[in-house]
Design a protein around this ligand. Structure first.
Ligand code: NAI
Length: 413
């Protein structure tokens, strides 16, 4: 079995894949279209980051592909529906760079409250601006966190350790960590926060979540941070509030229009503003995060290849089944989610005297996934029968050594 890794995921990944019986080939950049399709012939596992576009066409024309690892957070570059419909599992690293983002947010909060970027700029220009004016400790300040997910809740813990009061607003019910207090509304949070920081996800309904109206509801002299998604904030409104001095400073890591490469100029109306820290979408960009992403996704791929585990898969039902002592073969079966599939599968096995010693089923939208452990030999005719079932998408049989035999709907081995 072959794995093709594009866009340079961390080298920590390779040993995980090798341990699952894959031979690893790397290509430093992204591949697109026909080049990608050609490179994927005979490849079982594809690893990408954000640039390689894995379209429905690519998936359709690469029949050997069984698993895609996105060595990043987002999976917009992969046609997930097409992958599911071919029984291909997709994995990503949803929280491997959480800590990195949180640390940048903490750094920026302190830097903005101490006006470090201005002091630094003045020093490099030869000016000694020693003053306490406009500089504050973070201790005792109220941090308003909008979006209390992976990043927001981690930030809450670290901010409290620095002596900050935390208030958060999330559109869904969340457990308040430590002494953090849940605000009933965004308005309530804006009214009390000395620092407002956005950590909402990228759903389209969050477009322009934060504009002139929201800035107007913030406390005068408050600090604003956006390390989530560029389209969430109206940059014109932020600029106006900074220029008018209503907002004392801002840290912005994400922008509605970001350059595609380091060679392109960064164009934004936020350039040149006082006490505004601009960073090129590096919230999650640390060596530690890259290492952690490699480890996380590498492990998920290896488990999936070796025993069909889909824990934290982006697109397939998430199943974990520990094999029993009696397990001789494991059957992993991706199918269309229609009533009665499990009964048909088990009937086909029972008719041939095949003994099941463990089984688990999960469904997500139109896709179902069953892992079945078998305690006996599996006759060839059963396999053929199962792949001929009307809702079969993909069948895999894995032996105790983790060796896989693969079959797709309508085609036995
Ligand atoms: P998450 O999905 O764990 O948390 C997002 C939270 O926001 C959820 O609890 C959700 O209920 C809440 N939410 C969504 N819309 C909301 C709204 N309108 N009002 C209130 N709450 C709302 O996501 P995670 O991992 O914490 O990431 C947060 C953001 O950070 C994402 O947009 C992600 O893309 C971005 N990110 C940025 C990085 C960078 O380099 N700057 C790196 C990693 C993530």
């Amino acid at each position: 079995m072959k794995a093709l890794l594009l866009e340079n995921p961390h080298t920590d990944v390779d040993p995980y894949l090798v341990s699952a019986g894959l031979s690893v080939t790397r290509y430093p950049g992204a591949l697109q279209g026909e080049d990608l399709i050609e490179a994927l012939q005979g490849v079982t596992v594809l690893g990408v980051r954000s640039k390689t576009q894995v379209s429905a066409d690519v998936i359709r024309r690469c029949p050997d592909l069984r698993c895609i690892g996105a060595f990043c957070i987002g999976t917009n570059q992969i046609d997930l529906a097409a992958a599911s419909n071919r029984g291909i599992a997709v994995f990503n690293a949803p929280f491997s760079n959480t800590r990195s983002v949180v640390e940048l947010a903490i750094a920026e909060i302190i830097a903005l409250l101490r006006r470090l970027s201005e002091r630094n700029r003045a020093m490099h220009a030869g000016r000694w601006e020693k003053t306490a004016s406009g500089s504050h400790e973070v201790r005792g300040r109220t941090l308003g966190i909008v979006g209390y997910g992976n990043i927001g809740s981690q930030l809450s813990v670290l901010a409290e350790a620095l002596g900050m009061h935390v208030v958060f607003y999330d559109k869904v019910e969340k457990l308040a960590l430590g002494n953090a207090r849940r605000a009933k509304s965004l308005d309530e949070l804006l009214a009390v926060s000395d620092i407002v920081t956005l950590h909402v996800d990228g759903v389209s309904s969050n477009r322009s979540l934060f504009g002139a109206e929201e800035f107007a509801k913030m406390k005068p002299g408050a600090i604003f941070l956006n390390l989530s998604r560029g389209f969430v904030v109206d940059p014109t409104a932020l600029r106006e509030n900074i220029v008018e001095g209503r907002i004392a400073g801002a840290g912005v890591d994400v922008f509605p229009n970001e350059p595609n490469t380091n060679d392109e100029e960064f164009i934004s109306e936020l350039r040149g503003l006082p006490n505004v820290i601009l960073t090129p979408h590096i919230g999650g960009s640390t060596v530690e995060a890259q290492h952690s992403i490699g480890q996380f996704v590498g492990t998920k791929i290896a488990r999936y290849i070796m025993d069909g585990t889909t824990d934290l898969s982006v697109n397939l039902p998430r199943l974990i089944l520990e094999p029993s002592q009696d397990t001789r073969y494991r059957l992993t079966y991706v199918h269309r989610n229609t009533p009665g599939v499990l009964a048909l599968l088990n009937q086909a096995l029972a008719e041939h005297g095949v003994n099941i010693c463990g089984q688990i089923l999960g469904t997500v939208a139109e896709i179902g996934y069953v892992i079945t452990d078998i305690a006996s030999e599996i006759p060839e005719s059963v396999i053929e029968g199962i792949t001929q079932l009307p809702d079969c998408i993909r069948l895999r049989i894995i032996d105790r050594q983790g060796i896989t035999l693969d079959a797709r709907a309508g085609r036995a081995f």
